[in-house]
Design a protein around this ligand. Sequence first.
Ligand SMILES: Nc1ncnc2c1ncn2[C@@H]1O[C@H](COP(=O)(O)OP(=O)(O)OP(=O)(O)O)[C@@H](O)[C@H]1O
Ligand SMILES: [Mg+2]
Length: 290
Amino acid sequence: MLTRTTTVGTGNPADVAAPSGTGRRATHRLSAPGTDDSVAVAIRDLNAYYGSFHAVGDVAFDVPKNEITALIGPSGCGKSTVLRCINRMNDLVPGARIEGTIQYRGQNLNARKVDAVEVRRRIGMVFQKPNPFPKSIYENVVWGAKINGIKGNYDELVERCLRQAALWDEVKDKLKESGLALSGGQQQRLCIARAIATNPDVILMDEPASALDPISTLKIEELMRELERQYTIVIVTHNMQQAARVSDQTVFFSLGEKRMGVLVEASPTRELFTNPRDQRTEDYITGRFG
Ligand SMILES: Nc1ncnc2c1ncn2[C@@H]1O[C@H](COP(=O)(O)OP(=O)(O)OP(=O)(O)O)[C@@H](O)[C@H]1O
Ligand SMILES: [Mg+2]
């Protein structure tokens, strides 16, 4: 594997060497974009702005294929912003602008010529609040396939996606009923089925379980573990136990100068939670901050 070690920082004094006194530096391994088949998305020099506000500064990390990457950090540090940049959803936010490269399948997704709709088909998204359309369960699932011009046997597609989303058994006898008539946890699994139906490579999830009860949360976590065999997943979560339980890699963001979000550490999850490289990570995961 072609990798290099890079110091991650914004150039701000606040973000250079960790003030840990341990001598540990906020470093992690980064691929040379486009050279490493095990990397689904390589993010480099990502800066995001809302108007004149610099929300996220110089973010760089790799999203490994068929793994779950968790983004954690205090409120406002830019987790959702970074997630939305990965499938060009941030384009839709008025006043938002991003710089940097997001390398995916040999292309910079942030390049102007790239078709954002196609990006969103390949890189799907599931939001915090389940948002099924006011349509039947069946129509919710086939919607993505239809608007992307995917033809074929929709009955099969619906069954496959609902099975993959661990919802089939609960809804197979009421596919024509409204998606809105399901419980919150079921609605979220329906949204996952809808995301899968466009045949994506990558699924982005922004706090997908934060509006759910503990049992539904566990179901979503189990489902993610199933899905990672076939998909690459990036999840934002405030729940550190969830990040520890479900993810393979964890990326910790913090607030730098002028409330700009900065990446502090991207590490294998076990390592980040047991032996963080940066004092700021340690303070956060031990509850001293945030
Ligand atoms: N549409 C917007 N317009 C202006 N500023 C925004 C917008 N969306 C986010 N921001 C700002 O960008 C920064 C990062 O926001 P973001 O939503 O990415 O944080 P987050 O880490 O996801 O927070 P939370 O954990 O609360 O969801 C914040 O300071 C926020 O106020
Ligand atoms: Mg958020």
